[in-house]
Design a protein around this ligand. Structure first.
Ligand code: GLC
Length: 740
């Protein structure tokens, strides 16, 4: 069955491919062209179709016999949710040995924060502000996945999110386009490496294209209405960055963007992605998002949905079967679709070629490598490192933290103290609770033998039952300090998991209030998949750690911070609102004509809520203190083609060594359209010993000051600017310059 393929491959290698080499085709192009010429229309459509496996590690790949028949007859090009060296090999043999051309399958899977070794949820990891660490998480994910037969990751998710009611805010890198773009590149490079054919790398996917995070009301899958300027200024940059980094694929969003479902958006896919950005990879729909265009009321039938998606450049249909069912008819009615089909198939075959699947379809289905690399101990070391650096210290009154390791009695109280599932977060792939070290276990491992640990849950995460308060109060009164572990369970954020209220669920706030009333110091450990709005907690408890869902090494990482083994350095990649009523609230907002002024009634504000957030973008404390001074510019004005140098001195004025994320922002004071009051343009994470100072240098060019102007041209405009440097997006030194 593979004779044709082998002949083609050999022909390419020997340089006698039958294709006219005078066309200067690369070996890859020549091979794909030759293969395409061999393919029937049904076989081409098969490459554009993806089915799901059974999600299980054992048993039949799928219970759908018709799907298996499609595999055997070359009418299916990809599976998702088929993982493991053995199962992928089994499915691959069906395709390679069963079908006429033996074109290998490509196996896709969702591994947004790890394959088996699970790292912090992506938004939490974005709080570490260490691109090398973030890239390393992706590299390990690729190493484990590619050893388990998986070729293709439906990650990174690069959607900007400004609404924490939206459950999928946990999947991206937060609210800022500049930082999300840097993180997107780190993750794409981590997954794909320098060579997709290497057995340690996998194809990546930039998703969900585009503006899926702008869902009205924060309700997942909901309508998105975004001006083209906001689309290009805020939502597209991380996708552009991923494309620039060579990401292998894009995934359509479920959302209708300004009335057009993303899966059929000519603007997004044909115009911006494939034409403007010259994207050479392929586009996969989201789960049944092609067929759902009938639900959107955009396609009158499944056949019309297939036509609209194909015409808009969606190359592969995930799970729904409109391509398999109707595209032959579409071609019979209009042969012009053939060129679109050939383009789609060439893109898909191109990634399979780059992965080395034509040379060896089984290279990733290697049980020996799977046993060697999956859950390797080195991966757990990294998991602890990146987890502890993702923790954000939000409050530390009277230096409650760090705790002594030889305290006599510590009360560890709360519904999440020993929960091994929640730290895995949502979208946890092959991460399993038995891989997790819980917070209680982490504390037990950290303290001295003399320390007595008193534990009780006190309440559940999301119930009204307060019968556990009595025991909790009793234990708290006996302790020197209370570690209260509260927040959201894993499945309270993620896909289809939006919340209308972003406070602590159930009676957890009342638990904290009861514990605080005992008079003992209360250290809050928050575990959550979105910013939590809970002013009383932040303003009354003695210390608050934002720990997100930190993955398999959650417990040790949090204990490292609690007991001072590691001085926390995380900074928020998202704004934390004071209340759900403030949403959307984000740092890079416009000035308006009536900026907030407490002394002036007629300015933008609420009469029943404070104006500002609980904590701003970029915020995070340390066990030491940092002082910023001497913000200097090397010139007061410059013109395009030049750059301006900015320097600042940062000094550790506190008692212990610590890392600081020094942030650089700008403000374009006047524009042909209104401009944000702040835009992140740089950062540097530094380590300083006590009393140590460091002079940091940044530079800015006119290119970095470009925006989509009144004519929708991406350009800079001369005028006055301010530049800011500081530890977050509010406490800033400022200077000014002119762009000529
Ligand atoms: C889901 C998600 C998408 C995921 C896909 C495959 O519905 O929207 O992010 O990659 O289906 O699981």
């Amino acid at each position: 069955m593979r004779l044709i393929l082998s002949t083609l491959l050999l022909g390419i290698i020997l340089g006698c491919s039958g294709t006219d080499q005078t066309q200067n085709l690369s070996p890859k192009e020549a091979f794909i062209d030759s293969l395409l010429n061999e393919m029937t229309l049904p076989e081409k459509i098969g490459q554009m179709s993806q089915a799901t496996g059974s999600f299980e590690f054992t048993g039949p790949i799928t219970s759908d016999s018709s799907t298996l028949e499609l595999v055997r007859t070359g009418r299916l090009g990809s599976f998702l949710n088929v993982v493991g060296a053995e199962r992928t090999r089994e499915a691959q043999e069906m395709a390679v040995n069963g079908s006429r051309l033996g074109i290998p399958l490509i196996f896709g899977y969702d591994m947004i924060h790890g394959y088996a070794t699970t790292f912090p949820i992506p938004m939490g990891e974005a709080a570490c502000w260490d691109l090398d660490l973030i890239k390393r998480s992706a590299e390990i994910t690729a190493l484990e996945a590619s050893a388990a037969g998986v070729h293709w990751n439906f990650a990174p998710m690069v959607d900007i999110a400004r609404d924490p009611r939206w459950g999928r805010i946990m999947e991206g890198a937060g609210e800022d386009p500049w930082w999300s773009s840097k993180v997107a590149v780190a993750r794409v490079e981590g997954y794909q490496g320098d060579d997709l054919s290497s057995t340690g790398t996998i194809a990546a996917t930039a998703k969900h294209f585009a503006a899926y995070g702008a869902a009205e009301g924060g309700r997942d899958y909901n309508t998105t209405e975004v001006s083209e300027r906001t689309l290009r200024e805020i939502y597209l940059p991380p996708f552009r960055a991923a494309a620039g980094a060579g990401v292998a694929s894009f995934m359509n969003g479920f959302n209708d963007l300004n009335g057009v479902p993303a899966s059929a958006s000519h603007l997004l896919v044909r115009q911006i992605l494939k034409k403007e950005w010259d994207f050479k990879g392929f586009v996969v729909s989201d789960w049944a998002s092609v067929q759902e265009m009938t639900d959107h009321g955009y396609a009158a039938s499944d056949k019309e949905a297939a036509r609209l998606s194909l015409a808009a450049g969606c190359d592969m249909e995930m799970v729904s079967t409109t391509y398999e069912t109707y595209v032959e008819d579409l071609v019979a009615e209009n042969a012009s679709y053939l060129a679109m089909i050939d383009d789609a198939v060439q893109r898909i075959l191109g990634i399979k070629y780059d992965l080395g699947l034509f040379e060896d379809p089984y290279r990733y289905s290697d049980a020996g490598r799977e046993a060697k690399y999956v859950l390797h101990n080195d991966h757990f070391k990294h998991a602890r490192e990146v987890a502890k650096k993702s923790i954000v210290l939000l409050e530390n009154r009277d230096n409650t933290l760090p705790l002594d390791m030889d305290l006599a009695k510590i009360a560890v109280i709360g519904p999440l103290i020993n929960d091994p599932v929640t730290p895995l977060g949502t979208w946890s792939a092959q991460g399993k609770k038995e891989h997790v070290t819980t917070l209680l276990e982490g504390v037990q491992l950290a303290v001295s033998e003399q320390t007595k640990i008193l534990t009780t849950n006190g309440c559940e995460v999301n119930s009204a039952d307060k019968t556990g308060f009595k025991k909790a109060r009793s234990l708290a009164k006996q302790a020197d300090v209370i570690i209260a572990v509260v927040g959201e369970e894993a499945m309270m954020s993620g896909e289809a998991l939006s919340r209308s209220d972003i406070g602590l669920p159930g009676v957890q706030l009342e638990l904290l209030q009861m514990l605080k009333a005992t008079g003992k110091p209360v250290v809050v450990v928050l575990m959550n998949g979105r910013p939590i709005a809970e002013p009383w907690m932040y303003e009354n408890c003695d210390a608050v750690l934002e720990t997100w869902h930190l993955g398999v090494q959650s417990g040790p990482a949090i204990a490292d911070v609690l007991f001072g083994t590691y001085n926390p350095s995380g900074k928020l990649p998202v704004t934390i609102p004071r209340s759900v009523g403030q949403i959307p609230i984000y740092y890079n907002h416009k000035h308006t004509g009536r900026a907030f002024d407490p002394a002036d009634r007629y300015t933008t504000k609420y009469i029943d809520e404070k104006y500002g957030p609980q904590y701003p973008f970029g915020y995070g404390l340390s066990y030491t203190n940092f002082e910023y001074s001497n913000l200097l510019l090397d010139k007061s004005s410059f013109q395009a083609g030049e750059s301006i140098s900015i320097e600042v001195i940062v000094t550790n004025t506190g008692p212990v060594a610590g890392e600081e994320v020094v942030q650089l922002y700008v403000r374009d004071m006047i524009g042909s359209v209104t401009r944000p009051v702040l835009e992140l343009k740089g950062f540097e994470k530094i380590m300083l010993a006590p009393n140590e100072s460091q002079t940091l240098h940044f530079s800015l060019s006119a290119e970095e000051l470009r925006f989509w102007d009144e004519e929708m041209q991406f350009n800079w405009e001369p005028g006055d600017f301010k530049v800011f440097v500081g530890p977050n997006s509010e406490d800033l030194l400022e200077a000014e310059f002119k762009l000529l």
